[in-house]
Design a protein around this ligand. Structure first.
Ligand SMILES: CSC[C@@H](O)[C@@H](O)C(=O)COP(=O)(O)O
Length: 349
């Protein structure tokens, strides 16, 4: 798989991100030094994918915290509260954002002798979030690989690859790991309108890893399934409710309905950091709505739609748990009934 890192913290306490909006044409890294820089990069999808957003937010909070002078730990805690609220407002659906900032908040609240000790502990925690994510993704990949056969045709949507995480990705992790073990998957990548994460990022990442990838438009998913080209659908997720309902990139629920129709297994790869126990069902998950310009103005020089046409641009949809064959976490493979089995899987009951 590509050795490219999507998010890293430098020794000068700045955040460096790979600008994913310029891929696959250009590999450009951007240095972010303030919370405003980080907020803007997340909103613009320069850094994207639920786990990578969480890592960027954790590093971003640290980068902002170290910029300020503090006399007391209480002052630092107040600054952290402001930074947390601000970064949380960048994107609403990926729960990893809140999850990462809440991990830092616990560290900030712990009793420590002085400001320097708190800052050092925050840095260590932010680094741990990134290191753990790489480990978690690799384990998800190993579990998911047990569900696949050597020459399977796989359909995937959006980008749940290495650059959407610290390393390996979630839905693409079994493909990278299988490839290293001599599997010869045939992967179909949905282009993923309107922002083309499938075409620009997934097709690129798989090509870099020499995995057989075929790019299709989103509306071609039915025909490739009907023609018997697909043995499994693998997707990532931005938030999983306690009952297994799953929010992922817009178009995912349609794929799940198609997969169900054609009797094809539909797998969700979900680090436990994307499970949100406070959402009982998918109806509790906030769905980000983005500018209609992404639909009307993104890709061609000439207008893609008539002027002032009304648009509706939800960035995610929720797949009903009844359509999900299994959810794969770093702890293993969970099958329905998700309400009971997810909690038991994570030993919460
Ligand atoms: C491992 S990434 C999982 C999800 O975050 C991914 O599938 C997805 O939908 C990303 O959406 P994006 O809007 O590009 O951040």
């Amino acid at each position: 798989m590509s050795a490219i890192e999507s998010v890293k913290l430098t020794s000068e306490d700045t955040l460096v991100i790979l600008d994913q909006t310029l891929l696959p044409g250009e590999i450009v890294y951007r240095t972010l030094t303030t919370q405003e820089d980080v907020w803007q990069a997340i909103v613009a999808l320069q850094v994207r994918g639920a786990p990578a957003i969480g890592i960027a937010a954790a590093y971003g909070a640290y980068v902002e915290l170290v910029r300020h002078p503090y006399v007391t730990v209480a002052e630092l805690r107040q600054t952290f509260a402001n930074v947390k609220a601000y970064l949380l407002s960048s994107r609403p659906t990926a729960v990893n954002l809140a999850w990462a900032l809440e991990r830092l908040e616990k560290i900030v609240q712990q009793p420590r002798a002085n400001v320097e000790d708190v800052l050092q502990a925050v840095r260590t925690e932010a680094e741990a979030i990134r290191t753990e994510d790489a480990q978690v993704c690799e384990v998800i990949g190993r579990h998911a690989l047990t569900l696949l056969k050597k020459e399977d045709g796989i359909l995937t949507h959006c980008n749940a690859g290495g650059i959407a995480t610290a390393k390996y990705g979630t839905a693409l992790a079994p493909l990278f790991l299988g490839n290293e073990q001599g599997y010869s998957f045939r992967v179909y990548a949905d282009e993923t309108r309107p922002l083309l994460q499938g075409a620009r990022l997934t097709a690129w990442e798989l090509q870099q890893a020499s995995i057989d990838v075929t790019l299709i438009c989103d509306n071609m998913a039915s025909i490739v399934m009907q023609q018997g080209k697909i043995d499994a659908v693998l997707v990532g997720c931005d938030r999983v409710a306690a009952n297994g309902d799953t929010a992922n990139k817009i178009g995912t629920s349609g794929l799940a309905i198609l997969a169900n129709h054609y009797g094809i297994p539909f797998y969700v790869c979900a680090p436990t950091s994307t499970i949100d126990w406070s959402c009982q069902t998918g109806a509790d998950i906030e769905i980000e709505e983005r500018s209609g310009k992404e639909i009307t103005d993104s890709w061609y020089e000439q207008p893609m739609a008539p002027p002032a046409v009304k648009t509706y641009n939800p960035a995610f949809d929720v797949t009903d748990n009844a359509l999900i064959t299994a959810i794969i976490t770093e702890h293993g493979i969970v099958r329905p009934a998700y309400k009971e089995n997810l909690a038991e899987h994570l030993q919460l009951t």
